[in-house]
Design a protein around this ligand. Structure first.
Ligand SMILES: [Zn+2]
Ligand SMILES: [Zn+2]
Length: 108
């Protein structure tokens, strides 16, 4: 799987400790909380997803600013929704799916 590059990281003490502290400070799913629902968080999601390029960058991997406490359904939704994005498609700043190079005002 494409996630193999992150496996050592997810087993590292640095990450496990960061995760524990983060969940301590953010015990509830941050997305459900915004909708007014209190659900225990089960995952610490990276807002900027980990890639082979940033996996050794603690500013991405171990930064509370880049972390989001999510429940299982919200985490699934985040990854499932994005996994379906095909080549040439991307999300705009509002999370809408757009076609690359066909945004408003892009010249043809
Ligand atoms: Zn949630
Ligand atoms: Zn995630």
């Amino acid at each position: 799987m494409a996630k193999d590059f992150a496996e050592a990281f997810y087993h590292s003490k640095k990450w496990l400790r960061f995760r524990e502290i983060y969940l301590d400070e953010h015990p509830y799913c941050e997305r459900c909380l915004k909708a007014g629902i209190i659900v225990p968080a089960e995952h610490v999601h990276h807002v900027v997803w980990l890639t082979p390029e940033n996996i050794n960058n603690p500013y991405i991997t171990l930064n509370a600013e880049n972390a989001e406490a999510l429940c299982q359904p919200c985490h699934n939704q985040e990854h499932h929704a994005t996994a379906e994005v095909e080549d040439g498609l991307m999300f705009d700043g509002d999370g809408n799916l757009i076609q690359e190079g066909r945004g408003l005002g892009a010249d043809s």
